[in-house]
Design a binder for this molecule. Structure first.
Ligand SMILES: Nc1ncnc2c1ncn2[C@@H]1O[C@H](COP(=O)(O)OP(=O)(O)O)[C@@H](O)[C@H]1O
Ligand SMILES: [Mg+2]
Length: 261
């Protein structure tokens, strides 16, 4: 059984078929990439997966359970967390607080327990803080723990978003262009970090334009163009697929995408 099975999903915005009969499967422990030109429908697939949009048709199974059209909170509880193409952090909160928000998403505490700070609540807060610090160390942000999120450089804000997604306890992590805005050294580091996530049992579905990242770490790749899957397979197969090369403006994917503004 695949961890995630997207079966024939479609979604239109007015007359535009943003996602058109898309099928994707992701097995546990895989790093799978979703690529394609701007406007291909990649982020829309993530928005559907995380309950922001509801599909017109099709089904989505996570660990065998149907999750299409569930609300975002239920999707996180099921074990899927994401980062955003346009970073969404609480900029006026500290780095550690941003990570703690991730852990609170799945807290089994009610209002009473939180307001009166019951023992169970305090124990769990301590545990969450330790976990958050551990995650910050893992993403290389330990020295930034008490800085305001707004003061981090762009590459570090992206890492902080990943730490927050991990803090939810999710097993499937959706990364929407994690290397965007990073310099070559930062994307190299990110690449190693994403690989280490797989080593620790996470499964990754990633949208990414940096072809050196995509080709280096993906187990398999799906290619979207105008809402439709036009290719899928191993990195080498996809990179040599004429349909893919054509979709990227008739050039090699690398050149076409890395030159976009
Ligand atoms: N909420 C929306 N309302 C109308 N059109 C949308 C909406 N979200 C995305 N689209 C359109 O759907 C298409 C796919 O967008 P998107 O999924 O963001 O592409 P990608 O992430 O591959 O660049 C684009 O043409 C975009 O303009
Ligand atoms: Mg996008």
């Amino acid at each position: 059984m695949p961890l995630l099975h997207i079966k024939d999903i479609s979604l239109s915005f007015g007359g535009l078929k943003a996602v058109d009969s898309v099928n994707i499967r992701v097995d546990e422990g895989e790093i799978v990439s979703l690529i394609g030109p701007n406007g291909a429908g990649k982020t829309t697939v993530f928005n559907i997966l995380t309950g922001i949009y509801t599909v017109d048709s099709g089904e989505i199974f996570f660990e065998g359970n149907a999750i299409q059209n569930k609300i975002p909170q239920d999707i996180v509880e099921a074990g899927i967390a994401r980062t955003f193409q346009n970073i969404r952090l609480f900029r006026n909160m500290r780095v550690i607080e941003n990570v703690l928000i991730g852990s609170h998403i799945r807290e089994p505490y009610n209002f009473f327990q939180a307001v009166f700070r019951t023992r169970r609540f305090r124990d769990s807060e301590r545990e969450n803080t330790l976990k958050a610090v551990r995650l910050l160390r893992e993403v290389g942000l330990l020295a930034r723990t008490h800085d305001y999120a707004a003061n981090l450089p762009y590459g570090e804000q992206r890492k902080l978003e990943i730490a927050r997604a991990l803090a939810t306890g999710a097993k499937l992590i959706l990364l929407d262009e994690p290397a965007a805005g990073m310099n070559p050294q930062e994307s190299e580091e990110l690449l190693r970090f994403i690989l280490s996530l797989r080593g620790r049992g996470y499964t990754i579905l990633m949208i990414e334009h940096d072809m050196s990242v995509v080709m280096n770490i993906s187990d398999r790749i799906y290619v979207l163009d105008y809402g439709k899957l036009i290719s899928e397979g191993l990195p080498r197969q996809v990179a040599n697929d004429p349909k893919v090369i054509e979709a990227y403006l008739g050039g090699v994917p690398d050149a076409a995408e890395n030159n976009r503004a």
